[in-house]
Design a protein around this ligand. Structure first.
Ligand SMILES: [Zn+2]
Length: 454
């Protein structure tokens, strides 16, 4: 049992909720900020995610950088639009893995126009990214607060999630702490009851967790969550770059305390842009895992995916034909997730895709019933690994609460370092609709003409 728990804790996060792409247009801008132009396009980011075993990422457009008050940019709004569009086009190269969020400075006169424009764009409509530090938003400034309130209201009306870097500018020494967090809680969150809000870097900036004002702000939010304040119902926190490898034991303890106060179920993993000194997704997760959290807490954080990054979030297709199409797409996406989890050795994520009373019918085996038994079944013994798993549905029929799915699969793996496969087989899955998702209820497979399976 011990090794199974350790294996689960080592499984990579399902999603990176805080990534950026750096395109040719923005490099010139960054050169003055971080000293080295490095471009990151979608294929580069996907390669980084692959090397970390991470399935998907929320890509926060850095278009807001054009609106920083420390810059004067000619044709600023045109550049903001172009950067958001470029980010969306890049993410669209990997529709199952990358989702773009629209970025802009909320204090600019074009802010609501850009929000509305992004809200109509299928590639940008899921979320907006606001960076209070970069935009020099001061929540204690009534004019700023009024502008940001308009942006929050508009995002809620269009059901666009908000990712917010709350920390006020450090370089300008802006006031920040409990007072600003209370304004956020009392004057902004009540305007967004219908959308998820992701507070970046646990209300700080990273790297590390050594900024006392950020911890004071985080304390206010964490206490509100802890006492069940209804305004925090849809509040999430990303832990992007807060656990740097050199974190002191005292700061690590403070950080873990905040994570437990809000509950691991609201913590989203993120690793930030792969530029300069920032840790790459793989190293960043390794640093996070060194925090004094339990294996099951780490496992839970690794598996959390914010609603704004789930495929069905804010996908509302009104007609029944359209509904069938989106249900089929959802089931295919879940099947891809199942395969990705199998290759990661993540039996927990595989098990989550089954109903509580699901039944497996493996070849030459008794039927296996219930999630505990299913989890044990999919937990690979030491020395075994699946290196490739592909499901190829040949027909998915949606019939009310159930869907009938059949097709073929291909699998390859390693046993004690020796590769086997690929071999083929065929399968039948009965899916059951549960809330706004689908889960496998009956799962049966067997080998094809050649012997399949590990
Ligand atoms: Zn960032």
């Amino acid at each position: 049992m011990l090794w199974a728990a350790r294996l689960a804790a080592q499984s990579a996060p399902t999603a990176d909720h805080h990534q950026h792409l750096i395109g040719p247009a923005i490099i010139g801008l960054l050169a003055t900020d971080s000293g080295g132009p490095e471009s990151i396009t979608a294929p580069g980011l996907v390669a980084l995610l692959d090397s970390a075993g991470i399935e998907r990422a929320l890509v926060l457009s850095v278009a807001y950088m054009y609106g920083s008050p420390s810059r004067t940019v000619k044709d600023e709004y045109a550049k903001v639009r172009a950067q958001n569009d470029w980010t969306a086009a890049q993410a669209a190269l990997y529709p199952e893995r990358l989702r773009a969020a629209c970025g802009f400075n909320p204090l600019k006169e074009y802010a609501l126009d850009e929000l509305a424009r992004c809200g109509l764009d299928p590639g940008l409509r899921h979320a907006i990214k606001l960076h209070f530090g970069n935009a020099d938003v001061q929540l204690d400034n009534p004019a700023h607060l009024a502008r940001v309130r308009e942006v929050f209201r508009a995002a809620n009306a269009r059901r666009m999630a908000i990712v917010v870097h709350m920390r006020a500018s450090i370089s300008r020494k802006r006031p920040y702490g409990a007072a600003q967090a209370r304004i956020f809680l009392e004057q902004l969150l009540p305007l967004v009851p219908d959308i998820p809000v992701q507070v970046a870097h646990l209300a700080g900036t990273g790297p590390g967790y050594d900024d006392p004002p950020s911890d004071s702000a985080m304390a206010v939010l964490a206490e509100a969550v802890h006492r069940g304040d209804p305004r925090t119902r849809r509040l999430w926190f990303d832990v992007t770059t807060v656990a740097d490898p050199g974190i002191s034991p005292a700061n690590a303890a403070r950080l873990v305390k905040r994570i437990r106060q809000v509950g691991v179920e609201r913590i989203l993993y993120g690793s930030d842009a792969a530029i300069g000194e920032n840790l790459r997704p793989r190293e960043s997760w390794a640093a996070f895992r060194r925090l004094p959290l339990t294996d099951s807490e780490l496992d839970r954080i690794a598996r959390n995916v914010g609603p704004h990054l789930r495929e069905s979030a804010s996908t509302a297709v009104p007609t029944s034909v359209g509904q069938d199409t989106s249900d089929r797409a959802a089931i295919q996406e879940l099947a891809r997730r199942f395969s990705a989890a199998y290759v990661r050795g993540d039996a927990g994520a595989m098990t989550d895709l089954y109903t509580r009373d699901a039944v497996l019918f493996p070849e030459r085996s008794a039927a296996i019933t219930g999630r505990d038994a299913i989890r044990r079944y999919w937990t690979l013994p030491p020395g075994r690994r699946v290196t490739r798993h592909v499901l190829r549905p040949e027909g998915i029929t949606i019939d009310g609460r159930h869907a009938y799915d059949h097709g073929t699969f291909e699998i390859a793996g390693e046993r004690d370092g020796v590769a086997w496969g690929p071999s083929q087989g065929k399968y039948v899955v009965v899916w059951r609709r549960e809330g706004d998702t689908w889960r496998m209820h009956l799962d049966m497979w067997n080998s094809g003409p050649e012997k399949a399976g590990p």
